[in-house]
Design a protein around this ligand. Structure first.
Ligand SMILES: [Zn+2]
Length: 200
């Protein structure tokens, strides 16, 4: 029914999480009638996203395109015996803001969620296990969010990590339940990190 250029945009928007057909058409028509700079800024930002940013092949955090490994993985100042496992790149930023953690990271790029059909193979779990198998890692801090999915993901990882002979800890409670690491205030996060406990 719709002309192709509009239909194509609607179809592309519909593929984004949380956007249904109704919202997709509303956004498409908004862009159609908005001043030229809004759609062109959006187009430019979308183009830059994939050409200028890439994922670190070691920890899967974001890094500049063309780099194999991120600055944290490359830095000799960081303690390679410790890996803090988080859900998203924004969680790395939250941890870095408190400036109390000197180990490295591993970004799962999501959490286990049967409802959304996200299983272990959809996350960066295998590369994590391979990383540990290469040796040198002593402690894994599971810093997935204190949500139902975050807990389930930590519980899934725990025995698999333990089997590799590393110490497995979990951030202390105190983070708001259901809240995101990225929104926790710095003192809360600092306390959760220093009070981390062995998982049982
Ligand atoms: Zn990295």
């Amino acid at each position: 029914m719709l002309p192709d250029p509009i239909q194509n945009l609607v179809s592309a928007l519909e593929r984004l999480p949380g956007i249904g057909p109704k919202t997709a058409s509303r956004l498409a028509f908004f862009l159609l009638r908005s001043p030229e700079e809004i759609p062109s800024q959006l187009a430019e930002a979308l183009k830059d996203l994939k050409t200028k940013i890439a994922f670190c092949q070691e920890c899967f955090n974001i890094t500049a395109a063309g780099r194999e490994r991120c600055e944290i993985c490359d830095s000799s100042q960081r303690d390679g015996t410790m890996i803090c496992v988080v859900e998203e790149p924004l969680d790395v930023l939250a941890m870095e803001r408190i400036a109390a953690y000197k180990g490295r990271y591993h970004v799962l790029q999501g959490v286990l969620s049967p409802i959304e059909g996200i299983g272990p193979d959809d996350l960066k779990i295998k590369p994590l296990l391979e990383r540990i198998s290469r040796g040198g890692v002593q402690e894994i801090i599971l810093a997935t969010n204190p949500s139902m999915e975050g807990e389930a993901t930590a519980q899934y990882l725990h025995p698999r990590l333990q089997a590799l002979g590393v110490r497995v800890t979990r951030l202390a409670r105190g983070l708001p339940v259901g809240g995101d690491l990225e929104y926790a205030d710095q003192n809360t996060l600092l306390r959760a990190l220093s009070g981390r406990q062995e998982m049982s």
